[in-house]
Design a protein. Structure first.
Length: 348
């Protein structure tokens, strides 16, 4: 079979399994209601745990872990919203949910702009101009630089921006990308992080720099410190840093690590969905999967059946994974770490 025929059969068989699942559990058809309930439960949990931490009932480590988990759930809600899976006809509710999941995850890019980047990703996954995945280190060799910039879409993005733009210009020259599309992608990549994402990252830069200076002060006669107004700013943002930004940093590192290594890059055959992703569910990734709602287990399914909710993907994942395996989608291809995420051998 050609890869198109294999992909078609995968879609049909997975969709059939979802239809059977919904016949067995009709409640799954209440898509808007389920999405809204999950959204509200996650937000209530984040607020409750944060209040518990503020009142010194919940320890800091537990609060960060719990909030990171529920923010991972909200990321899945955002992803579904980007595909218009909730309240497509009730725009006010839809956009309210989209705004809420963004503000509670301010290290991420603007979700309305991400919608364009994400749809481009589905259409051109694994190419040189798949800017959504490249922005989270997909396709790079594993170095200390990649490790440190994995959760950082601002500084990390700036460090790889020149190469991404050069590759896009080359794709335009080679006829693989329209010049209008290239220009649009370049513009919205910057707009997607203004101002919320940049502001949230800058706060963390100051927070970690302050912590480093405190550490150095305990080991040096030289006094390292910020001006008082910077210290006052950090004190005023203390609650936001601990309850929102630090959990999101943990969540974002885990998500970006998983997604950048389960997507292939650079040598994916055009239009071949089978070569775009692998299922990454090996045991040692479980701690990271926990904070991105087991993204590596189910995202490959999403590339074949786009318009299905994340919770249905998880409930029906075993049958869907069996279909993927039958038609040649890879599972736990750990060679991707040595190949800089190439599907085949890395020749550079």
């Amino acid at each position: 079979m050609t890869h198109q025929e294999k992909s078609s059969r995968i879609r049909k068989e997975i969709n059939l399994s979802y239809q059977q699942l919904k016949r067995a559990y009709p409640i799954l058809k209440l898509q808007n209601s389920i999405g809204l309930v999950i959204f509200l439960v996650a937000i209530v949990a984040i607020v409750a745990v944060s209040i518990g931490w503020y009142k010194a009932v919940v320890p800091t480590w537990l609060m960060i872990v719990a909030n990171a988990f529920f923010m991972g759930v909200l990321h899945e809600i955002e992803h579904d919203l980007i595909h218009w899976l909730y309240f497509k006809k009730q725009k006010t509710v839809h956009h309210f949910m989209l705004f809420s999941v963004w503000i509670l995850r301010p290290l991420t890019v603007n979700p309305w702009i991400r919608r364009t980047l994400h749809h481009h990703h589905h259409k051109f996954s694994g190419t040189l101009h798949d800017v959504e995945e490249r922005s989270v280190t997909n396709g790079e060799r594993w170095t200390i630089k990649r490790l440190l910039t994995t959760p950082d879409v601002v500084l990390g993005g700036l460090l790889r921006l020149h190469r991404m733009f050069s590759d896009m210009d080359r794709e335009v020259k080679n006829g693989n990308l329209k010049v209008e599309t290239s220009s649009k992608l370049k513009q919205i990549m910057f707009l997607s992080i203004v101002p919320v994402t940049i502001f949230a990252h800058v706060i963390l830069y100051f927070f970690f720099a302050d912590a480093l200076m405190d550490w150095l002060n305990g080991r040096s006669v030289i006094d390292f410190s910020f001006p008082h107004y910077v210290d006052n700013m950090l004190i005023s943002l203390h609650v936001i840093i601990y309850t929102i930004l630090l959990p999101n940093l943990l969540r974002q590192f885990c998500l970006h690590f998983i997604t950048s290594n389960m997507h292939y890059f650079g040598d994916v055959e055009e239009g071949n969905v089978i070569e775009q992703t692998q299922v990454l569910n090996i045991w040692w990734t479980y701690p990271m999967q926990l904070f991105c709602f087991f993204f590596g287990w189910t995202h490959s399914i999403h590339h074949f059946v786009v318009n299905e909710t994340f919770y249905v993907r998880h409930i029906g994942r075993k049958k869907a994974q069996a279909v993927l395996r039958k038609y040649g989608v890879r599972f736990n291809d750990l060679g991707t770490f040595k190949r800089a995420n190439r599907f085949r051998e890395f020749s550079k």
